[in-house]
Design a protein around this ligand. Structure first.
Ligand code: SAH
Length: 253
């Protein structure tokens, strides 16, 4: 039996004895890509019931049936940090979503700014990338994907208790390490990281962001980073300074 554990996200409820039917992509992945056979095990999670070991009981062309055996990990919530980002080109956005998922984001929120050239965002595709990264990174949850909104609408709807760590490339903001060290919120308070588009934020957007009480502007050093680099660097700092990298465990969500 192959020894690399396969982890799959499913929508179904998970409990001992439940039968799970897979088709489409997941069935193809299990049978053709990973060459699993009847009797092999796979790990399943749904974001609610923890992680479960299941056994393949039947396989047919394009479909696969599993029976759930036992729970391998209880459900746990991950750190409460969102990523708000101006979408970049296809391919690069897929990668950003996957890597941010590995870094533990609880939600992904694409935002249209004045200098964003992307008219539409394929939310289903973002979710598929998030699921794949959640499966591979041993998460127990999949980040939620918010609707693509224009920045003013997003800011209007913003839950005020959630701090927004705004990656500000102007050179005037304090370093992210200083800003997070000073953060008055308790460690588990909700946060979000905000990064702008390739062309940066427009003047009016900078002015609006500066006035908002829930926004903390931070610098990521003297170099101009690509939006994706900035997003991942900020998330890594957040995780190391106030997130779950401070805890010596590996099986968080
Ligand atoms: N302003 C530049 C590039 C924007 S980079 C231009 O006009 O071409 C895209 C986004 O990455 C920025 O809006 C900012 O959110 C983030 N970013 C890039 N480098 C940064 C840095 N050194 N510090 C903080 N944020 C940065």
């Amino acid at each position: 039996m192959p020894d690399t554990a396969i982890r799959l996200h499913v929508a179904d409820d998970l409990a001992t004895g439940r039968h799970i039917a897979l088709d489409g992509g997941p069935a193809h992945y299990l049978a053709t890509v990973m060459r699993r056979r009847v009797g092999d095990a796979a790990l399943l999670f749904n974001g609610r019931d923890g992680e479960w070991r299941a056994r393949i009981e039947a396989m047919a062309r394009g479909s696969c049936a599993l029976v759930v055996e036992a729970r391998t990990r209880p459900q746990a919530d991950g750190p409460d940090v969102w990523l708000v980002f101006a979408p970049v080109k296809r391919g690069r956005i897929d990668d950003l979503v996957g890597r941010a998922t590995e870094l533990g984001v609880a939600a992904l929120w694409p935002v249209r700014t004045e200098r964003t050239n992307v008219a539409r965002v394929n939310a289903a595709r973002l979710r598929a990338n998030a699921i794949e990264a959640a499966e591979q990174s041993e998460r127990l949850t999949v980040p939620m994907v918010h609707d693509y909104l224009a920045l003013p609408a997003l800011l209007e709807r913003w839950p005020r208790e959630r701090r927004m760590l705004w990656c500000d490339e102007s050179g005037t903001a304090p370093s992210i390490a200083d800003a997070l060290a000073r953060a008055s919120q308790p460690l588990r308070a909700p946060w979000a990281v905000l990064v702008g588009p390739e062309g940066g934020f427009a003047r009016s957007e900078l002015d609006a962001l500066r006035k908002l009480p829930f926004v903390t502007a931070v610098s990521l050093g003297p170099r101009a980073l690509r939006a994706e680099t900035a997003a991942l660097a900020a998330l890594a700092c957040w995780q190391a300074l106030i997130g779950d990298w401070q805890e010596a465990h590996r099986h968080g969500s």
